[in-house]
Design a protein around this ligand. Structure first.
Ligand SMILES: Nc1nc2c(ncn2[C@@H]2O[C@H](COP(=O)(O)OP(=O)(O)O)[C@@H](O)[C@H]2O)c(=O)[nH]1
Ligand SMILES: [Mg+2]
Length: 241
């Protein structure tokens, strides 16, 4: 067994046997020096087996616990194993490994504590408006952006992105249990309260390689409600504590 790397990249995965091998191969090619952890959330398919075959560490839950639990577990693992940096990408092939590398460079250079991959900011050669969400989705995210800006005191364009690089300073905040269905949004609120530096970095994302997104049609509506609920709930809990 080789020495532990300074970086772990974790991948939440629920029944992703079709896409996960490609994601792991791409990570190995682009980021050969990182350790990889697949957090298998009670998959019924060969997700865990395929991950192990490709040399990833696997944390398997006996049954489905949901993405918020999985996300906390990923950062908790990074903290417990004393990694200096932690990345997170989807198992569906949406997040190019080369883009994660750019996020990791930002945190490694000390420029920020957390770098979030964003489809909706421009710069660094990334065109504005390169992603055109449906009108319904645009309406929803517009509302969320306004609510979030009030809470964070700054604009944040892609608050539900799951593509992250974090330095160890951020692990304790990202590893705390999430009490809402929108862990990314809740995490951003915590990081802002802790005074950590979070940067939104323009990236390109792909369509998921196979299977279905968590977010489609009616689920998009419920996501908007969940995220708004998260913001309100977070305020309320903070006022009481
Ligand atoms: N562990 C776990 N992972 C999930 C669950 N739902 C989705 N995922 C994984 O979390 C990631 C994000 O889900 P995805 O459907 O791609 O959401 P989207 O990218 O926001 O559309 C993927 O890698 C999924 O395999 C869940 O209930 N538990
Ligand atoms: Mg996805």
């Amino acid at each position: 067994m080789s020495a532990q790397a300074d970086t772990v990249v974790f991948i939440p995965a629920l029944n992703e046997e079709e896409s996960l091998p490609g994601v792991l191969d791409e990570l190995r090619d682009e980021l050969p020096d990182v350790d990889v952890l697949v957090v298998d959330d009670g998959s019924q398919d060969r997700t865990a087996e395929l991950a192990r075959e490709r040399g990833a560490e696997v944390l398997s839950f006996p049954e489905n616990r949901g993405l918020p639990v999985v996300v906390a577990a990923g950062y908790e693992y990074a903290a417990r194993k004393h990694y200096a940096f932690c990345g997170r990408v989807d198992a569906d092939g949406q997040h190019p490994a080369a883009e994660l590398q750019r996020l990791l460079e930002r945190v490694r250079s000390g420029e920020c504590d957390v770098a979030v991959g964003s489809r909706f900011v421009s710069g660094d050669g990334y065109e504005p408006y390169r992603y055109k969400p449906s009108p319904a989705r645009r309406f929803g995210t517009g509302l969320l952006r306004r609510a979030l800006k009030l809470q964070l005191g700054r604009p944040f364009a892609d608050a539900t992105s799951g593509m992250y690089a974090a330095a160890a300073t951020a692990f304790p905040f990202l590893a705390q249990p999430y009490t809402t269905g929108a862990p990314e949004v809740q995490g951003l609120l915590r990081l802002a309260d802790a005074g950590l530096v979070v940067e939104e970095v323009p990236v390109n994302m792909r369509e998921r390689a196979a299977g279905e997104s968590r977010i489609s049609g009616k689920k998009a509506v419920s996501l908007v409600l969940t995220v708004s609920g998260t913001i309100v709930l977070y305020r309320w809990m903070k006022r009481r504590s």
